[in-house]
Each structure stands twice: as C-alpha cells, then as structure tokens.
Write a protein that binds this ligand. Structure first.
Ligand code: MTE
Ligand code: MO
Length: 331
C-alpha cells in the first residue's frame, strides 16, 4: 500500500513498512552506491535535498539563512514538523505550564540587547553580545528530531552552529569537566518565574565531551528565521540525542566547572530526571514507558505511535561517548 499526501509527497503514517515512492527510488540507487562506498555522501545529499524541498521560510520574523551542514546526522529524510506546530506546542515553563502558554505569553520576553557570559574554568572568559555570537561561525541548517521526555516528538529545522565553535575560542582549562547552561529568569518579562514549579533559573548541563560533540548546537533560528520567543529566543542550546529538557532556552550564561552541575529538573525530581537524560527506549520513566512516541502533526487515521530510537536515532554519532557506562544507572 502506498499512501501519499498531495501537499508534500510524504507519507505521514507512522508505519515504516509503507514506503513513499520518492524515498524508495532513492533507496534503490543507494544500494548500488553502497558497493562503491559513497553511501554516506549520497545519503547526506538526499537529506539536503529533502531539507530544501520542505523548509520554506514562514515569513514572520527576520531571516537567518544557514548553509548546508557538514556534520553527520545533521539532516534527516523524515518530514519536517509544520512551523505552526513548532511554534504553538511548547514547553517553556517561564511562560506557563500549558503547551499553548509560551506562544501566548512569550511576547513579553525582551531579546535585545542580549548577551551571554562565558566564564569559569577557561583561559578567556568574556561577555559575548548576541551580535558577536551570530557572526562567530557560519550559521548552518540542521534538521534534528526533538524527543520530549513526555512522549512526543517533532522534527525541527534549526539554524545555528556547533557549540564546540564557541568552546574552542574560550580555551577550557584541563580542569574543566562539565559545562553549565544558565537561562534567563527575569520576573519582569517572564510571568511564571515567580511560581515554584522549578527552582529558577532553569539550569542545564553537559559533560565536556558531550558539549564538544559536533551535533550539540548553539541555536539562533528555525525555518530560516530567528527563533520565535516561545522557542527560546534569541539563543538556546539543542542537544538532539537527549530528552528535550536538556536543551535550555534563552541562554544567558555558560559556565565551565569541575563538578557535575545541579540541573533544574534533576533538582525537582532526581528519581525521574537524571543528569544524562539520553533518549533511551529501554529505560522507562518511573511513571511511563519511553518505548514509543507521538510525532506532533501526525494526526488522523494513521496516527500510530513511533518507536523511540536509542539516543533519538543518533547512536552512530554519539554512542561512543557512553561506551562502558551503565545507562540504567546513569539515566
Ligand atoms: N528555559 C527553559 N528551557 C527549556 C524548557 C523550559 O521550560 N525552560 N523546556 C524544555 C523542554 S521540556 C523541551 S521538550 C524543549 C522544547 O523546545 P521547543 O518548545 O522549542 O520545541 O525545551 C526545553 N528547554
Ligand atoms: Mo520536554
């Protein structure tokens, strides 16, 4: 059975045994290429074509075009989630806990002027203005899956560059083992930071080698435009192989430390949200399974849940970072 929607030519059914013709033809070509050893490059160029075909600017905010990313795993063949869904179904508790709250309330966030303090165990601590950061390295298109710990996912065309570009420039000391990300907590512009749902500011963290992994993205835009406020304007982190809450929004400070940072969700419920929080279908949340996910935008008749992939599908790229670790203990 072949199901093709007229609008985009992609099959929105969750069932992977139904193959859209376009992709199938590509796969046959790929089989031939496997033999010649250039399958990786072929896959990358197919994914890049897929990206160009699907991602047109929303025409709502300032343009922020990216160049094609050379980072393995930065693009995907999967259909991209609609701009409307990406910008109206959000978690950004500083603006409320309902999915619709951030889109409704985040207009009060003041994103200019903006700066990010980079400090701690580094040779070159500095305050970077947003303008400094925007031009520090070429902006790239990166289409990543985002898997929320709640059991839903999206495919988002981000614009940014590897966080490692910034880390390199500040020259971490040998003693720097972790990176802490502190996000904005301004009660004047963020109505819910007066609530006690979390211990503000929203803090996240990575181990140094995770932060240096080329997939970890310092993110300034989506759909070829600057970030909408509800998605973490003007700059956020995106760590695609981890649950969405590791990707802190509206970043104001990056601190290099020798100790594992105390993170917001870990402080709120340590038994439910570990420091690592790698996407892992084999480790359930204490209150629900993590084996499957609902792809936002896949509604209607064929809306089947998708199988959640190890490391959110980025195992080939990041699995090595966790070699030998007990992922049930370090969840
Ligand atoms: N500062 C801040 N960052 C945050 C959150 C938050 O509440 N506050 N929510 C996280 C969660 S749970 C998810 S799933 C993602 C959602 O990103 P999106 O709304 O852009 O899709 O942002 C993460 N970053
Ligand atoms: Mo989330």
């Amino acid at each position: 059975m072949l199901i093709k929607t007229a609008s985009d030519g992609f099959n929105h059914s969750a069932s992977s045994d139904i193959t859209p013709q376009r992709v199938y033809a590509g796969r046959r070509d790929l089989m031939k290429l496997m033999a010649t050893g250039v399958a990786g490059a072929a896959m990358a160029s197919m994914a890049a074509r897929n990206a160009r075909a699907q991602v047109t600017r929303a025409g709502k905010l300032a343009a922020l075009p990216g160049v094609k990313s050379g980072v393995a795993g930065a693009l995907t063949m999967e259909p991209v989630t609609a701009y409307k869904d990406i910008t109206s179904y959000n978690n950004f508790y500083e603006f409320g806990t309902d999915k619709a709250d951030p889109a409704e309330n985040a207009h009060t966030l003041k994103t200019s002027p903006w700066s990010v303090d980079v400090e701690g165990l580094i040779k070159k601590p500095a305050r970077y203005t947003l303008e400094d950061l925007l031009k520090l390295s070429p902006q790239e298109d990166r289409i990543y899956r985002l898997r929320c710990v709640e059991g839903w996912s999206m495919v988002i065309p981000w614009v940014g560059y590897s966080l490692s570009e910034l880390i390199r420039r500040v020259e971490p000391l040998g003693s720097a083992k972790y990176v802490e990300f502190v996000t904005q907590a301004d009660p004047k512009t963020m109505p819910f930071v007066t609530s006690h749902v979390l211990d503000w500011p929203y803090v996240e963290g990575l181990r140094m080698d995770e932060a240096l992994h080329p997939l970890a993205l310092l993110t300034f835009g989506l759909y070829g435009e600057v970030l909408p406020n509800q998605d973490g304007a003007p700059v956020r982190i995106v760590v695609p192989w981890k649950y969405g809450f590791k990707s802190g929004k509206s970043l104001v400070k990056i601190r290099f430390t020798d100790r594992q940072p105390a993170t917001a969700w870990n402080k709120a419920a340590a038994n439910e949200y570990g420091f690592y929080s790698n996407v892992n279908p084999n480790v359930d949340h204490p209150r629900w399974s993590q084996a499957t996910e609902r792809r936002i935008g896949e509604g209607g008749l064929f809306a089947k849940r998708r199988k959640t992939l190890m490391f959110n599908g980025y195992e080939a790229q990041v699995g090595q970072l966790y070699a030998g670790m007990d992922l049930k203990k370090y969840f």
